[in-house]
Write a protein that binds this ligand. Structure first.
Ligand code: F6R
Length: 256
């Protein structure tokens, strides 16, 4: 894990945007895994401003609410088209977002996994983190080997996401999410976390034991995972000074 701590969410996002932009320039037909929620909003804004070429890019989103109409303002379909896709020249046929209204969820999930494989696998997966340590919507105690499937949101996550829906009662209980095993197959993971509400989950994920109770902790086993954090999200890291020194003293060839 590479821990990059920056003074602000904006500064941490700029680094993440540089990493994504470099990939798209070096590999114009890259396969990106994408996240939703408040955390990647700045990243998507920066990527749009960079005017990259998305014509050959393929995308796979991590998750979608089950039963929420695709046109609903809080569906992740709406989120992605509103905040990223409609502003770039991505081909609609290359965009993949789980279908929360599919009639046959297991069949859909198996197909999603196959589509990721057929696309050559995910080159870079963008991740946020839940206050309970979830990645995608793999809630605590999710199998660390799980694949794309239906999951039930915890009360904690439904409370956290009530801010988007107006009330907790309106937050769906079920989601389709890539599994932890799916995420672990991405060639690179880029996790962003901002704000003090994420500090505990980040400290446990980075410096705690690998445990299904904090699903993000499995990223300790991933060979190329970068975390872009603001100071507030990094506040409970015991080795923060070490991470800062490492990042500040990278040899030129390792800089991005
Ligand atoms: C969203 C996703 C979730 C979010 C997490 C943090 O696609 O997979 O893991 O990244 O719930 O959400 P925010 O960014 O809203 O705090």
């Amino acid at each position: 894990m590479e821990i990059i701590i920056q003074p602000s969410a904006e500064a941490a996002t700029s680094i993440a945007a540089r990493i994504v932009a470099r990939l798209l320039r070096e590999k114009p037909d890259a396969v990106l895994g994408l996240a939703t929620g408040s955390t990647p909003l700045l990243l998507y804004r920066e990527l749009v401003a960079l005017k990259l070429d998305w014509r050959k890019v393929t995308t796979f989103n991590l998750d979608e609410y089950v039963g929420l109409p695709r046109e609903h303002a809080q569906s992740y379909h709406s989120f992605m088209w509103e905040n990223l896709f409609r502003h770039v020249n991505v081909a609609k046929k290359n965009v993949h977002i789980p279908d929360g209204n599919t009639k046959d969820i297991p069949k859909f999930c198996a197909k999603y996994e196959k589509q990721i494989k057929a696309a050559g696998g995910i080159d870079l997966q963008v991740l946020g983190i839940g206050t309970d340590g979830h990645i995608g919507f793999n809630e605590p105690t999710s199998s660390l080997a799980s694949r794309t499937r239906i999951k039930t949101l915890t009360e904690r996550t439904r409370k956290d996401n009530a801010r988007f829906f107006g009330s907790e009662a309106q937050v769906p209980h079920h989601v389709i999410t890539m599994g932890i095993g799916t995420i672990m197959e991405a060639r690179q993971n880029l996790l962003l976390a901002f704000g003090s509400t994420k500090a505990r989950a980040i400290a446990e994920a980075v410096e705690g034991p690998i445990t299904a109770v904090n699903p993000a902790s499995i990223l300790q086993m991933h060979p190329v995972t970068k975390l872009c954090l603001d100071e507030a999200a990094a506040a409970q890291l015991k080795r923060a000074d070490y991470y800062r020194w490492v990042y500040g003293n990278k040899p030129d060839w390792q800089k991005f």
